[in-house]
Design a protein around this ligand. Sequence first.
Ligand code: XMP
Length: 318
Amino acid sequence: TWTPDHFVDSAVTALQNTIGPDDQVILGLSGGVDSSVAALLLHRAIGPRLHGIFVDNGLLRQDEFATVLKAYEGLGLNVTGVNAAPEFYAALSGLTDPEAKRKAIGRTFIEVFDREAQKVQGARWLAQGTIYPDVIESVSVHGSSVTIKSHHNVGGLPEKMNLKIVEPLRMLFKDEVREVGAALGLPGEILNRHPFPGPGLGIRILGDITPEKVDLLQRADGVFINLLKEHNLYEHVWQAGAMLLPIQSVGVMGDERTYERVVALRAVTSVDGMTADWAHLPYEFLAEVSNKIINQVRGINRVVYDISSKPPATIEWE
Ligand code: XMP
């Protein structure tokens, strides 16, 4: 029978047999469960010869980069944090089309990652946190033009650097990945984290991206996510987040008329993200989130809740 401990033992042995004694391995860390578990497994097999690269694309959640980097360091991982936010903002400047934004983010990620990876002497392997559903997904035909996880495909790099691919989680389903992560001591804050798209807040800010908009959305999203956690609702929804809409609407604050931005809250229940239902969050909870956002985040005067299911709507707005 499959147990996480057996899996860890046999995967560690297999990795030690496959990866040469002087080989260095590079892995892109995202803060997500899959790449984090892959890192812990490789770290157990080869220690500091695993070189994790964690890129701050400026499109992560509030405090995410610092918090997650600290967690990685606490786990003893050999990881380099790269602050590349200005590069991503420059690449995104003026872009409004969702696919154009995805491409710009993906391209910039490869440039930054490539540059960091070149600094690792003796690199022979590129590790990836690919899991079984990703393997299936990449061979099945999608009805839409959206290539899920295109961001994580560091295309070109393996050939260019003459790297071989190692994917230790290739045969695992998500729940198994979580069990393996728990067996390896991954903290709950990473283990139970909601899925988060590679292009991050870049596809949750409708229209063009500016650092100011990122800051607004990070704060609104932070209020929403923190309250979900405080009310023990976080673990009952599959994914949640806030979207910054490209419109302003009229409001009133004191005796002043305001003309400010709208935030849409999205929370869904799902098994695999392929279909999803909007989460029936309590009205009192939604009221608290709305009040707190509007009171605390200057520049937002209206909050709406997305009550669309997938299909026909998607989880992300872009
Ligand atoms: P949709 O919006 O298609 O999202 O219902 C389904 C799941 O995929 C995530 N998603 C992405 N993940 N790169 C990613 O890595 C992307 O471009 C991307 N687009 C959507 C989304 O967050 C949800 O979990």
